[in-house]
Ligand binder design. Structure first.
Ligand SMILES: Nc1ncnc2c1ncn2[C@@H]1O[C@H](COP(=O)(O)OP(=O)(O)OP(=O)(O)O)[C@@H](O)[C@H]1O
Ligand SMILES: [Mg+2]
Length: 305
C-alpha cells in the first residue's frame, strides 16, 4: 500500500533531511536552509522527493571540491500564464519551489543542455555515474512539475524544482483575488542571452503598454543605446551572460546614460545573489522566472524610483 502518491510537506522533508545531508557532504561545505513559513504540500511517491533533493545536493557538493556554500530553499509561489509560457510543462496555479544553490564550478552552456540526459556526466568513467539528474527529472515530470538549472561556468549553480501544490480551499480563495498589473508607456530594453526569455518578457511588458527592445548581450545593448533612436527609460538585464556580465553592463549604462534605470535579473535566487556580493545594496533585482504581476509591478516600481 505504500506504493501510491502521498501528501508530503516539503518544509518538513527538508528539515528532517538536513541532518543526513550534513553528514553526507564534506565539512568544508556550509549547508543552510531557508524554508517557507507556510506549509508546502505536494503529492509524491514515498521517498522520491528525498531522492531528488539528495541527488541535487550531491551534485552541488561534487562541484565544490574546495568547499563553499550550499543553500536549500523552499517557497510557495503562484504560477501564472507568463510563467507557463517559459515552462511549457507547467500549469498555472499554486506551486512549491525547491531551490538548491551552490558556489561551485558552475556549468557551461553545452553541459547545461545535456545535464538531464541519461548517462550525462563530466566526472570521468572511473565511476559508474550519470543517471542522477535524469532520474530526478523523470520523478519531477511524473509529479506534474518542472526542473530548471541556472548556471554559468565559474559562477555556481542554482537548480529549481517546481511542483504543483496539493489543492486546498484556502489557496483557491487566494487565486480568486487577481493582483493588478503595473502599467506604463515607457521604452524598455531587455537584455538576455536566451531569446526565449527576452521574447516572453517583451510580450508581457507589451501587453501592459510598454515599448520593448531586446538585445542578446551587453555589447549589443550598448550599441543599441548609442544609436539613440528614441529614449530608453529602463534597461532590464540578465546578471550572468557569456562575455560582458549584467553588472558590467549596468556600470557602463550608469556612466554613459545616467538617466536610464537598471533592473537586474537572474535565475539565481535573490538571497544567493546578494550573499555573494554580485550586487550592492539598493540595487533593483528580480528573480527568474517571474509571474505576470511580479514582473509588471517590479518594472513600474523601478521606473517610479
Ligand atoms: N551543481 C552542479 N554544478 C556543476 N555541474 C553540475 C551540477 N549539477 C550537475 N552538474 C553537471 O551535470 C552532470 C550530470 O549530473 P548527474 O547528477 O546526472 O550525473 P553525475 O553527478 O555525473 O553522476 P551521478 O549519477 O553519480 O549523479 C554532472 O556530471 C555535472 O557535469
Ligand atoms: Mg549527480
Amino acid at each position: 500500500m505504500t506504493n501510491r502518491p502521498v501528501v508530503v510537506n516539503l518544509k518538513a522533508v527538508v528539515g528532517s533531511l538536513k541532518e543526513m545531508l550534513r553528514r553526507a557532504i564534506p565539512q568544508n561545505i556550509a549547508l543552510t536552509t531557508q524554508l517557507d513559513d507556510s506549509s508546502s504540500e505536494v503529492s509524491m511517491y514515498p521517498g522520491q522527493i528525498e531522492q531528488v533533493i539528495m541527488s541535487l545536493v550531491l551534485n552541488s557538493s561534487d562541484a565544490m571540491p574546495n568547499g563553499g556554500q550550499l543553500t536549500i530553499e523552499t517557497r510557495n509561489i503562484e504560477l501564472d500564464e507568463t510563467f507557463a509560457e517559459i515552462h511549457k510543462t507547467l500549469q498555472p496555479g499554486p506551486h512549491v519551489m525547491i531551490a538548491v544553490s551552490d558556489t561551485g564550478t558552475g556549468m557551461d552552456k553545452a553541459t547545461q543542455q545535456k545535464m538531464f540526459e541519461p548517462f550525462c556526466t563530466t566526472k570521468g568513467s572511473a565511476r559508474e555515474t550519470g543517471p542522477g539528474l535524469s532520474t530526478a527529472y523523470g520523478i519531477v515530470r511524473q509529479s506534474g512539475g518542472d526542473i530548471q538549472a541556472y548556471s554559468e561556468a565559474g559562477h555556481g549553480t542554482t537548480v529549481k524544482i517546481y511542483l504543483p501544490q496539493v489543492e486546498r480551499a484556502a489557496s483557491r480563495s487566494r487565486l480568486a483575488t487577481p493582483v493588478p498589473a503595473g502599467r506604463g508607456t515607457e521604452r524598455i530594453l531587455v537584455v538576455d542571452d536566451s531569446a526565449a526569455i527576452a521574447n516572453a518578457v517583451k510580450r508581457v511588458l507589451g501587453l501592459v503598454g510598454y515599448t520593448v527592445l531586446t538585445a542578446a548581450s551587453g555589447p549589443d545593448a550598448l550599441q543599441l543605446l548609442a544609436r539613440r533612436d528614441g529614449p530608453v527609460h529602463l534597461a532590464m538585464t540578465d546578471l550572468l551572460m557569456p562575455g560582458m556580465s549584467g553588472v558590467e553592463l549596468g556600470k557602463q549604462v550608469a556612466q554613459v546614460h545616467p538617466g536610464i534605470k537598471v533592473l537586474y535579473t537572474s535565475g539565481y535566487t535573490s538571497g544567493y545573489v546578494r550573499q555573494h556580493g554580485l550586487l550592492g545594496q539598493g540595487v533593483h533585482f528580480i528573480e527568474k522566472p517571474y509571474s505576470f504581476s511580479t514582473l509588471t509591478n517590479k518594472v513600474r516600481e523601478v521606473l517610479n524610483s
